[in-house]
Design a protein around this ligand. Structure first.
Ligand code: A3P
Length: 326
């Protein structure tokens, strides 16, 4: 994910005149760091991300076998990427030392469509991603990618996480990327925009609901996963993921411990301990900042009871009647 706008200010030199004109016609907002955002097709983006979204919508041509990994930032994207890579790669008979996850960060292996690939052009060179299936990722809500993908049998996996842990994870990440100390005033302003829905890729609940409803309408195309369920029952959830992707674990693999091998390879402890993840960088962001505690309920250490009540009430109201619960 390219969050350069969070570390070095919004760079709009890559934004075309056409997109500038589009942006000027959209609802706008300035975040707590003075960075400009706009609401495009119901979702709040920083300006240069809008260019990536527009380029993607204009130029992406899905292949039937493509896999798109979707998420709200800080919801378990890195883990989902690692698991998907490990599931797909297991047929390739890697030795213990040449697995791609040992030499690259999951974000280096699975690029973001609107950041890494389409930020500059609607016809990027994708020849590097020629192995089948191609795996891409996105933080765009379903309504932003639906039109482009609707006629393709490609598959979409979404990972959702409870809003309070996502917010705390964002707070840590934002401070880490900006190399500033954690402080409550940043958390409070992030909390406010989360609740107002004006946060990057927000409103949060619209993002969740877009994929939730999509997965109910077309469960063969969209798999909806929850970070909390992946933590609570990793074996069942990874098998669910492998089945959905069309790469199920065979009985023999299960008996040979292959499911556990994949889980161990992709564990936070293992990935964060690898040299490549301790030292490297992706798009201005240090690999190590993508790994922190990975706990469910860490928000309890930071949010006041008032904040908890406020955000719970909003989420309860917004998700009411949808069948989606955390
Ligand atoms: P915390 O900040 O709560 O620890 P994303 O990958 O979408 O950026 O989300 C980052 C969150 O996922 C962080 O949560 C991070 O610690 C956690 N995470 C990263 N890799 C993980 C893994 N392999 N297993 C479980 N959680 C992981």
């Amino acid at each position: 994910m390219d969050l350069k706008e969070l570390s070095s200010g919004v760079k709009d030199d890559k934004i075309s005149e056409e997109t500038k004109s589009l942006i000027s016609s959209l609802p706008s907002h300035t975040d707590s760091h003075g960075l400009k955002m706009c609401k495009y097709q119901g979702c709040w983006y920083y300006h240069n991300t809008v260019q990536g979204v527009v380029n993607f919508q204009r130029g992406f041509q899905p292949q039937d076998t493509d896999i798109i990994l979707a998420s709200n930032p800080k919801s378990g994207t890195t883990w989902l990427k690692a698991l998907t890579v490990a599931i797909l790669e297991r047929s390739r008979n890697h030795s213990s030392s040449n697995h791609p996850l040992l030499s690259d960060n999951p974000h280096g292996i699975v690029p973001f469509l609107e950041f890494d690939l389409y930020i500059e052009s609607s016809s990027p060179d994708l020849s590097k991603y020629s192995s089948v299936p191609r795996v891409f990722s996105t933080h765009m809500p379903l309504h932003a990618i639906h039109e482009t993908l609707k006629d393709s049998p490609c598959k979409i996996v979404y990972v959702a996480r409870n809003v309070k842990d996502t917010l705390i994870s964002w707070w840590y990440f934002r401070c880490a990327v900006r190399k500033i100390e954690l402080n409550r005033s940043i958390l409070e302003s992030m909390f406010k925009s989360f609740c107002e829905g004006t946060f990057f890729y927000g409103p949060y609940w619209e993002h969740l609901l877009s994929y939730w409803r999509g997965s109910l309408e077309d469960p063969k195309k969209i798999l909806f996963m929850k970070y909390e369920e992946m933590k609570a029952e990793p074996r069942a959830q990874i098998k669910r993921l492998a089945d959905f992707l069309g790469y199920p674990f065979t009985k023999e693999e299960e008996e040979n411990g292959c499911v556990d091998e994949v889980l161990n390879l992709c564990s936070l402890r293992n990935l964060s301990g690898l040299e490549v993840n301790k030292t490297g960088k992706v798009n201005n962001m240090e690999h190590k900042d993508f790994y922190r505690k990975g706990e469910v309920g860490d928000w309890k250490n930071y949010l006041t009871p008032e904040m908890e009540n406020q955000i719970d009430m909003i989420i309860q109201e917004k998700l009411q009647g949808s069948g989606l619960k955390f």
